[in-house]
Design a protein around this ligand. Structure first.
Ligand code: 13P
Ligand code: SF4
Length: 314
């Protein structure tokens, strides 16, 4: 079937079933273009929480679908490919986190949204890369904090807030593979280019970046900046919106250490395709389910985060 046929069928089913299609910026371009809404992890959670649709199809990875289900237990939530996981979420199994938390009594647990529902159920407050600073700042100065699972984001937030949070040793396989040497070469070749980096990147990249922020933050920065050329250190899917919103600007994907791989692509995010999205709407599978005991515990730290985000207009 041709691309236009998939799109036509998706449009028909979306209307017939009162479904909303939410897509993350790392999704392939066709999915971003067909979605009702494209956003970062925070915006996807906010959208899910307020939609009046009966069905949410979350084109992203599993934890994003779970977050939507945790917030909207009465709605049916689907993701196009049930195997779309996250290496960062995998780096923090709930039983290991529980043992770590038990070994550190009196600590507040702050978890990145890139975690399973079971990890969120052990968490006091959730953050995304858009609101991590504001959330951590909202905690009292003498509070002892465990932050997980992303050590690069945690270290960056420690620096921004002057905290000394205990960091879980996790990382994302996409954001850890950018080559400092090749980026410095690019900067020499294009001295006018600004380096934009997601806070999941390694410390040495964040230190030389012109702007560090979530996907929505780097997109906004690129739009507002007078610069005409940018080196983008995050997953390649974001380049689609960047180019779409700024046709007069040039976006260069930051090169990986290994130039033979497609390492700038998140293998999990790219498991979703238009065809799988269509099948998911048509067959109403794969569906996301969250155990109700876990959901009741996990919803509290997510809602706490959403309240703080609202207060700061994020
Ligand atoms: P954002 O919340 O910045 O979109 O990041 C999500 C993510 O998975 C980064 O790898
Ligand atoms: Fe997870 Fe990294 Fe993929 Fe984001 S880019 S979903 S952190 S594996």
């Amino acid at each position: 079937m041709k691309k236009l046929d998939w799109i036509e069928k998706i449009n028909f089913l979306r209307k017939e079933k009162n479904a909303v299609i939410l897509a993350h910026y790392y999704q392939e371009s066709d999915i971003q273009d067909v979605a009702d809404f494209v956003g970062d992890s925070l915006a996807l959670a906010q959208w899910a929480a307020k939609t009046s649709a009966d069905i949410i199809v979350l084109c992203g990875v599993h934890f994003m679908g779970e977050t939507a289900k945790i917030l909207c237990p009465q709605k049916r939530v689907f993701i196009p490919d049930v195997n779309a996981g996250c290496s960062l979420a995998d780096s923090c199994p709930a039983d290991k986190l529980e043992a770590f938390v038990n070994a550190h009594p009196g600590y507040t647990v702050v978890s990145y949204v890139n975690t399973t529902a079971a990890v969120k159920a052990l968490t006091d407050i959730v953050v995304t890369s858009t609101n991590a600073k504001q959330v951590v700042d909202s905690l009292s100065k003498d509070e002892k904090i465990i932050f997980g699972p992303d050590k690069n984001l945690g270290d960056y937030i420690n620096k921004l807030t002057g905290r000394n949070m205990l960091l879980w040793d996790g990382a994302c396989h996409v954001h850890e593979q950018f080559s400092l040497e090749k980026i410095l070469q690019l900067k020499k070749q294009y001295p006018d280019a600004l380096l934009l980096a997601h806070p999941e990147c390694r410390k040495y990249l964040l230190e030389i970046a012109d702007h560090v922020g979530s996907t929505s933050s780097i997109l906004k920065f690129a739009g507002k900046s007078d610069a005409k050329r940018f080196i983008v250190a995050t997953e390649s899917g974001i380049l689609h919106q960047m180019q779409k919103e700024n046709p007069d600007k040039e976006f260069i994907p930051a090169p990986p250490e290994d130039s033979t791989c497609a390492c700038n692509d998140c293998i999990y995010m790219k498991m979703n395709t238009l065809e799988k999205l269509y099948n998911c709407l048509k067959n109403e599978t794969p569906e996301i389910f969250v155990d109700e005991d876990i959901r009741i515990k996990a919803v509290k730290p997510i809602e706490r985060m959403l309240c703080i985000s609202e207060k700061y207009g994020l």
